[in-house]
Write a protein that binds this ligand. Structure first.
Ligand SMILES: [Zn+2]
Length: 172
């Protein structure tokens, strides 16, 4: 087993990616973050969802992390690396992961947990060809704080709605 798959490192990466996602919510962004580690266990790229900030519909956390990692290693291929995502990648991101030749993905919350908390991108999987992904290794990491980024984002959304309408907003 490679260094970067050790349980301790994955647990640490899970904590890091949740902290990043929480930081992005506090900065007004969406509760999604990703980090990429190489085979030595070094972080080579980080990303958070910057769709609204950059007015770029492809600026998902995973894609931003891929962009940063590729710049850092000066290679568009990230073969042998592992991507850790706070929320399961959408179909677009799975494709970008595949194109970057990343074969191992670790998720903290899955697509259904995201959907349950108001972030529904289940429709994207209608465009995903399962055959392309059979070789992808997908692991789920358990973490007590895994839903915190979604919960904070929900509170932010409801506070900003209350501020704009002056009326209390019921939970979704
Ligand atoms: Zn995505």
């Amino acid at each position: 087993m490679c260094n970067h798959t050790t349980e301790e490192l994955l647990i640490e990466c899970g904590e890091n990616v949740i902290d990043l996602a929480i930081g992005n919510v506090k900065a007004g962004g969406l509760p999604f973050a990703a980090i990429i580690v190489n085979q030595k266990g070094e972080i080579i790229g980080k990303g958070v969802n910057q769709v609204a900030k950059l007015l770029d519909c492809t600026a998902h956390a995973e894609i931003q992390a891929i962009r940063e990692a590729s710049r850092n290693v000066e290679n568009s291929s990230l073969k042998g690396t592992t991507l850790i995502a706070s929320g399961e990648p959408c179909a677009l991101c799975y494709m970008a992961i595949r194109m970057a030749k990343i074969m191992r993905v670790v998720i903290v919350s899955d697509r259904y947990e995201a959907e349950k908390h108001g972030f529904d991108y289940l429709w994207t999987y209608n465009y995903r060809n399962a055959a392309l992904f059979h070789e992808l290794e997908l692991l789920t990491l358990d973490n007590d704080r895994k839903l915190l980024p979604f919960q904070l984002a929900k509170i932010n959304l409801s506070v900003s709605a209350q501020l704009s309408t002056g009326l209390p907003v019921s939970n979704r």
